[in-house]
Design a protein around this ligand. Sequence first.
Ligand SMILES: C[S@@+](CC[C@H](N)C(=O)[O-])C[C@H]1O[C@@H](n2cnc3c(N)ncnc32)[C@H](O)[C@@H]1O
Length: 317
Amino acid sequence: MVQHLHARLVCSSCKGELAQSDTSLQCHRCLATYLIENRYVSMLDRREQVDRPSDWNRKEGEIRDYSEISNSLALSGIGRFATFLNYGYVSTGNEQHAVIEPDDVWNRNSVKLLLEVVGRTTVREQEVIDIGCGRGGNIAALHKYFKPLSIVGLDICPANIAYCSAKPRLTESFYLVGDAENIPFADESFDVVLNMESAHAYPNRTRFYEEVYRIMRYGGVFLYTELMLEEEVVQNVRLLEEAGLTVIRNQDVTSNVLLSCDENAKQRTGAQGIANNANASTTIGDIHDFIALPGSKKYEEMKAGTRQYRMMNLVKR
Ligand SMILES: C[S@@+](CC[C@H](N)C(=O)[O-])C[C@H]1O[C@@H](n2cnc3c(N)ncnc32)[C@H](O)[C@@H]1O
């Protein structure tokens, strides 16, 4: 696996070339060392703990929360099917971009969310990276519906990457532990960059957008979904444009996402659901808000329009 990726894999911090031994990768330039675990590589540069401790603390919080979720799902018995960690999408009368109607029974709303953000974008035969890939559901669906040339899944939480790596491997997918703000790939490595419901957790959004621009090829597309406060929408568009990207679609799909949250509520509070008291994680502050259950702050803000679910397509020209 490492051999296959090696040509494009670089040091997360300084983007220098890497030398590989049996157990690690080491940067020629800055000497950062990355461990090769049993089935995947961890490309996190732990020096951030010292250099930017408050950013690192936030990232550690994410790792802890998603490890808890991973454990809860494993205990609940539905872990095998729980391959998505997003709110999903239900069609309403508003403008639709998906060109495929999914035949999935499991996770149908999440597959619809993906097909909506992809729209008419060419994914077939393209090189794709899913940043904040979670439990790999988007990657499996991209393979099923679009047949890309290859997909890399990058996520900061080792439990998520271990889960993705343990599933029967699609030969064209590779999973890495890594940070969206320090992407361990050479410039212009990908045609399509996907990022769904993950960027809210990044302490430095500017750095993330600059990294996305750097790893995209000219003509490449950035498929992006995120829940944002109303006033953050303009601010994010400005940061994306300052990073060099051109917005070609910026759609408010909050009403579609709210309908999906309503449908998810039954399942997620049910006997095997993540918000059932017996399964609920201990360290995630408010699990109801985390998954936007009706009545939670996040859900009610979406309903009032002060928080918007944005779906964006951007290009590098
Ligand atoms: C709400 S989940 C969404 C997962 C997936 N995109 C999906 O649609 O199912 C957010 C994901 O972002 C990951 N994440 C958070 N901070 C990250 C970072 N700095 N770099 C990479 N991944 C990160 C989390 O570990 C988690 O898997």
